[in-house]
Structure formats: structure tokens, C-alpha cells
Design a protein around this ligand. Structure first.
Ligand code: AMP
Length: 466
């Protein structure tokens, strides 16, 4: 094609015009020619991680386990964008929370709108529920998602600035059986992955319960004020419940003897919690009560829970969490008193656990056939054969860019293929294909037109033997 040729020519010309400094290659360090000053940008953003090919089997396994569980439970997938208007999060998560105060990736876009990368999933899902009038669907609406989230936190083990969550939200019903069913699903997810976990459950009740408890908590802390960081006290004076979530060892030690919220629940809130626990027993879900599980976000009410890897007890190690949030739909302009409950699990931490426990991942099946070719004409034919074989449902691999048979056979061996098909010059003339059994090295010439049937027969025979 003439156009192509022209493009190639002009690229060469412009490359030749570049200043000498840009062209030079530092051969001693084997570095590619990159314009000076730009190398420092050719690296990952702090706190972000690449998902490398060797980890793909873990990601696929976790995603598929999640997908299977959600599909068989008749939950529907909803993916919201990673970018939302900032008030979606400030309103839902709360102004006075770590996420909103310190951890959001927020910026003004070119249209002067204030937008943020989503730090969590619930706010976006509720926004979508309201915006798409999902209230008109049969309630509750059962949804799930799997995607990246962003928090500008200090990167450390188990904490990244971009991380993935598998989450679920059931919106449109306040019945306590839903809380229990979601907790049960979380338990089932970990059971299927063979990761032992403890699910810790609590209730933070309704607003009235929280006001009463907040007062009791402050009264308890009053005589100990001198032992508590002033900044912490000032910060949480309006949301004292969240003190239970603050990562400060001394404070937590003090709070071990503090009054517990379950003793301050209103009769309605208490009844909801009791029902959740009864349903958990009926569903045969084991759990632990932990009065400190308050989840640091404003939108929660009633049930809260967290998933801890068994044996580990540090807050940092939580694999996931969730709870009820009955006021959020209304806050976003939806119908009053729309009950809702959900969970979110950290995928990287789940994968770290799979690795730590040395759990075997289902591997991709090796190819049945490898297609090797010698020469341009043979390559053209091999491309056609490849498509034909894939259409017939065979698992086929190749490296058509390689010229030498030896390098192609090396790759075939590495892939543990069962048969290699070789198309060389002689085979081109005869319209045949050489079929090599990789186990015993025996080769046989087969008529090109009969190759599909021959392969089917041999693969069936192989299966029969096994
Ligand atoms: P949260 O709603 O903050 O409790 O998050 C739910 C789960 O997501 C946590 O239990 C973690 O497993 C995971 N998670 C939260 N933040 C991060 C992060 N910065 N890096 C990795 N995983 C995270």
C-alpha cells in the first residue's frame, strides 16, 4: 500500500533530524534511548500496582468465584464509573471521615467540575439506583460489582492507592434477613476460596441509639481525657462512635472497658439486631460479636460487620466489611426509609491470603495443538489452519513470528502441548501436514484435508487412555 510506504519514509526522516542527545544510547548500561529528563516518569505512580501475568490465575479465580456466587444467588452486576462528582462521596461517606478528609483523589476537571476517583462503592451504586429509578423494579434490587477503587493512603503491606473490591448491595428492603443473607454470602465466598475467616458482627443501631451511646462514651472518657490525644478528641467530638475505629493503641486499650453500644440500642434497633443474629444461626453462619466494629463511615446504621482472616486480629488485616445503611437512598433524593445493606471485600488482600495459604489455582489448560511452520508460504497456510482448528474448538498455540523450527519446538515443549503440527516446504508441495506426538516423538504425514478428523480421533484416544 503506497500510503504505508510514505508514512514509514517520513518517520525515518523526522527521526534523523532529532538532536544528537536524544538519539544516543547508553550502551554500557544497556538503557534504551529515552530523551533526557523523562526517565523519572517512566515508572509506577506511588501506591499503584501492576497486575502481572503470573498473578492472573488468582484474579480470574477470585472473579469467577464471585461471579458464580452472585449469579446463582440472582444478583445483577452493576458497574459504576470510577469518577463521580465529589459531593456524592462527601455527602454519603461524611465530611468528618478519614476517607473524605485525607484520602480522596479529587480534582477540578476541564469543565471546572469537582470530581473524585471513587474511594468506595456504595455511594456510586446508590446514586445509580436513584438516578435510574430502580425503585420501580421489584424490591429489593440485588446488585454486585468488581472493580478498582482509589484512596490516597500511606502505601504499605495490604494498603494501596488503587485497589480492587468485590462488593454487593441489596437496596429497597430493611428486613433483617437481608443482613444475615449478605453475611452468609460473604462466608460462602471465603469457604469456596478455602480461606478460613471469622466474621465479626455488631450493631450501631439507629440515630437515637447512637446519640445515647455517644453521650455514654464521652462520659466514660471524661476522667481519662488527659491520656487521649487532643487532636483526636477534638476531631471526633461530634461523631464519638468513630473513636472506636481510630488506630491509636492507647485509646483502644482505654476503650476496651468502655460501655458497649448494644446496651444503648433502642427497642426497635435491638429487635433488628436480635433478628439478624437469629437468622445467622438459622443460616448456620458462625460469627463473633465485636462491639468495636462501627465502620468509620457516616452512612451506616444497625448491622455492621467485618471479615478477619482467621488467626490474624489486626484491624489492618480485614479482608472486607459491610453493613446496613437505611438513610443513604433518601439522602440522595430517593424514597424515604429505603432499607439497604451491602459489603465490600478487598481483592488484593484476598489474593495475598490465597498465596499465603498456598492454595492451588485452577490453571489454564495447556494447548492440545502447536502449529509450527517453515517459510513464508507455510506461514500463510498455517494461519488458515489455525483459524480452522480454533473454529473446530481445539486449543491451539503458535509463534508465527519465529523462523527456526528449533525455537518453535522449544515453545511447544514449554507449553506442554500434546501434538505439534509442522508445515514445511515439502508439506506445502504435497498439501500435507506433519503431525508429531509430543509424548513419544513419533511423526506421521497426514493429508491437509484430513487433519481435523485425525486430531479429533487422536485427542479422543488420549482421553480414553487417561
Ligand atoms: P472498607 O470499606 O474501608 O472497610 O474496605 C473494605 C475492604 O477493602 C477492606 O477490608 C480491605 O480488604 C479493602 N481495602 C480498603 N482499603 C484498601 C487499600 N487502601 N488497599 C487495599 N485494600 C483496601
Amino acid at each position: 500500500m503506497p500510503i504505508k510506504k510514505k508514512t514509514i519514509k517520513s518517520t525515518k526522516k523526522s527521526a534523523a533530524k532529532k538532536p544528537a542527545t536524544e538519539k544516543s544510547t547508553d550502551a554500557s548500561q544497556n538503557k534504551p534511548a529515552v530523551p533526557k529528563g523523562s526517565l523519572k516518569d517512566v515508572r509506577l505512580v506511588r501506591g499503584m500496582k501492576d497486575i502481572l501475568p503470573e498473578d492472573e490465575k488468582y484474579w480470574r479465580h477470585v472473579f469467577r468465584t464471585a461471579e458464580e456466587l452472585m449469579r446463582e444467588s440472582y444478583f445483577d452486576r452493576l458497574e459504576t464509573p470510577v469518577l463521580e462528582y465529589t459531593p456524592i462521596f462527601t455527602r454519603a461517606v461524611g465530611e468528618n471521615t478519614d476517607i473524605v478528609e485525607k484520602e480522596m483523589f479529587s480534582f477540578t476537571d476541564r469543565g471546572r467540575d469537582n470530581v473524585s476517583l471513587r474511594p468506595e462503592g456504595t455511594a456510586g451504586v446508590v446514586r445509580a439506583y436513584v438516578e435510574h429509578g430502580m425503585i420501580n423494579r421489584p424490591q429489593p434490587v440485588k446488585l454486585w460489582y468488581f472493580g478498582p477503587f482509589f484512596r490516597y493512603d500511606r502505601p504499605q503491606s495490604g494498603r494501596q492507592r488503587q485497589f480492587y473490591q468485590f462488593g454487593s448491595e441489596v437496596i429497597g428492603d430493611g428486613h433483617p434477613v437481608i443482613d444475615a443473607q449478605l453475611i452468609s454470602l460473604v462466608g460462602e465466598f471465603f469457604k469456596r476460596l478455602q480461606i478460613p475467616v471469622t466474621i465479626q458482627v455488631n450493631s450501631i443501631g439507629d440515630k437515637e441509639s447512637r446519640i445515647a451511646y455517644g453521650k455514654a462514651l464521652m462520659d466514660f472518657l471524661k476522667p481519662h481525657k488527659h491520656k487521649i490525644d487532643k487532636e483526636i478528641l477534638e476531631r471526633y467530638k461530634k461523631t464519638p462512635l468513630q473513636l472506636l475505629d481510630v488506630k491509636d493503641d492507647e485509646l483502644q486499650l482505654l476503650l476496651d472497658n468502655a460501655p458497649q453500644i448494644v446496651d444503648y440500642l433502642t427497642p426497635e434497633a435491638n429487635q433488628h439486631f436480635v433478628k439478624v443474629l437469629e437468622h445467622l444461626d438459622e443460616l448456620d453462619v458462625s460469627y463473633q460479636l465485636n462491639p468495636k466494629i462501627v465502620r468509620g463511615l457516616d452512612y451506616y446504621s444497625h448491622t455492621t460487620f467485618e471479615v478477619m482472616p482467621e488467626g490474624g486480629d489486626k484491624k489492618l488485616n480485614a479482608l472486607g466489611g459491610g453493613g446496613r445503611y437505611d438513610k443513604l437512598v433518601e439522602l440522595f433524593g430517593g424514597r424515604e426509609e429505603t432499607g439497604a445493606c451491602g459489603f465490600a471485600l478487598g481483592v488484593e488482600r484476598v489474593i495475598a491470603q490465597l498465596k499465603a495459604l498456598d492454595i492451588r489455582m485452577p490453571d489454564r489448560k495447556p494447548p492440545e495443538v502447536f502449529l509450527a511452520q517453515l517459510g513464508d508460504k507455510a506461514r500463510q497456510k498455517a494461519i488458515k489452519v489455525l483459524h480452522e482448528l480454533r473454529r473446530e474448538g481445539f486449543r491451539v498455540a503458535e509463534t508465527f513470528s519465529k523462523e527456526r523450527l528449533k525455537s518453535q519446538m522449544e515453545i511447544a515443549n514449554r507449553l506442554h502441548v500434546t501434538f505439534t503440527l509442522i508445515i514445511g516446504q515439502k508439506e506445502m508441495i504435497d498439501d500435507t501436514i506433519l503431525i508429531r506426538d509430543m509424548e513419544n516423538g513419533i511423526q506421521e504425514v497426514v493429508d491437509s484435508k484430513k487433519i481435523v478428523n485425525e486430531l479429533k480421533k487422536r485427542i479422543a484416544e488420549n482421553h480414553g487412555e487417561k
